[in-house]
Write a protein that binds this ligand. Structure first.
Ligand SMILES: *Cc1c(COP(=O)(O)O)cnc(C)c1O
Length: 365
């Protein structure tokens, strides 16, 4: 028998979450963001649940090729645009739309030999200061693009840095609108947080939203609202089993570094899941976990292939008992990935993206 750890991808939950986001996105079309191998779900695994999207947005040309191989004929957007000249040939061959955020990308376009002009999304840096033309440079970049025979329609985009907190989207929205309101073309601004929190405003949802994390059942503002509040369902469940049960006497410790010491006699279970499976090593004692669907906590340090859990008060639990690290137990009980992430000092994004290649994946209905 293979090691009992297993990830499940829930197709119906992906469908549900996508529909949930659409309801918050006014009249916008929806880019399903599937970068990073669909946030660790596996692009081919997630695809079935996301077919109802209007397009797919990603970073990697190989993943774009995978989408075409899966039979997707609709729009595909490269969120960081092209990295080198010859990438444009693949854009022409696979009919990819791409972001233009830098002068060097316009230079490449101007040298590209094609009969069929390409659809581009011109990106403004409205305050995040990561990618995009400054508001001052935006209009001249637009004019330069607009003069190129290689360029078809120009859409306009920006990205919010703080859509998930009280600071909100207004400051960046104002910068974006001020410098672009008289330019033609479709607009795309909102990520998951902006859609859920501000998507009822037409100017936020605009023509295209770009949703990632909420589609995968994780709340984009977990400290304020959990996934259940937003009506999102887990799309990835990580489950394993107990492979050992130990009796601990008061004063004895568990695991490397002896970080947890029993205050009284207790029962401890050892789970076939460690940081080499993608479970966060920084998850401290007390990180929530489900054993046979019942909530308990981890104990001591997470090691490469194993972690320990508290079995106090869990009657009749034996080797082989189901352990849910995040997502749904087979009995339907839910442990949101955001809770595990918060305990480990990170976010759901990082945990799902880090699911290790050695973990077998099953796609469920
Ligand atoms: C990743 C990404 C998104 C999706 O963000 P979520 O917070 O996962 O919804 C949207 N737009 C751009 C440019 C991105 O890189």
């Amino acid at each position: 028998m293979p090691r009992p750890i297993h990830a499940f991808i829930h197709t119906e939950a992906l469908r549900h979450n996508l529909a949930r986001l659409r309801r918050s996105a006014a009249d916008a079309r929806v880019w399903a963001v599937v970068k990073a191998n669909a946030y660790g779900h596996g692009l081919a695994h997630a695809f079935e649940g996301l077919r109802a999207a209007d397009g797919f947005a990603l970073l990697d040309l190989n993943e774009a090729q995978t989408l075409r191989d899966l039979g997707w004929r609709g729009p595909v957007l490269l969120l960081e645009g092209v990295f080198e000249q010859r990438d444009l040939e693949l854009c022409s061959r696979l009919d990819l739309w791409h972001v233009v955020h830098h002068e060097a990308q316009i230079d490449m376009l101007s040298k590209h030999k094609t009969q069929v002009p390409q659809r581009v999304f011109l990106k403004m840096n409205s305050g995040m200061n990561r990618l995009g033309f400054t508001p001052q440079a935006f209009r001249s970049a637009w004019a330069r693009l607009n003069a190129l025979p290689q360029v078809d329609e120009i859409s306009l985009m920006t990205h919010f840095a703080r859509a998930d907190d009280a600071h909100g989207v207004d400051a960046q929205l104002q910068v974006f609108q001020q410098l672009s309101s008289d330019l033609p073309g479709e607009r795309s601004l909102a990520n998951s947080a902006a859609v859920l929190r501000h998507g009822a405003r037409d100017e936020v949802s605009a023509d295209w939203v770009r949703t990632g994390i909420a589609m995968y059942g994780s709340s984009p503002d977990h400290g304020l609202h959990d996934a259940a509040y937003w009506g999102l369902l887990p799309t990835m469940s990580l489950r394993s089993q107990l492979i050992s049960v130990q009796q601990l006497k008061a004063g004895e410790s568990v695991g490397y570094g002896g970080l947890f010491t029993a205050a009284h006699d207790m029962t401890v279970g050892t789970v076939a899941c460690g940081y080499a499976d993608g479970y966060p090593r920084h998850a401290p004692t007390g990180t929530p976990v489900l054993v046979n669907g019942v909530r308990t906590r981890t104990l001591g340090r997470v090691s490469m292939d194993m972690l320990c859990v508290d079995l106090s008060g869990l009657a009749s639990v034996a080797i082989g008992a189901e352990v849910t690290l995040w997502g749904c137990a087979s009995g339907g009980q839910v442990l949101c990935i955001d809770e595990v992430a918060a305990a480990a000092g990170t976010v759901g994004y990082e945990l799902m993206c880090a699911l290790a290649a050695r973990v077998a994946v099953t796609v469920e209905a």
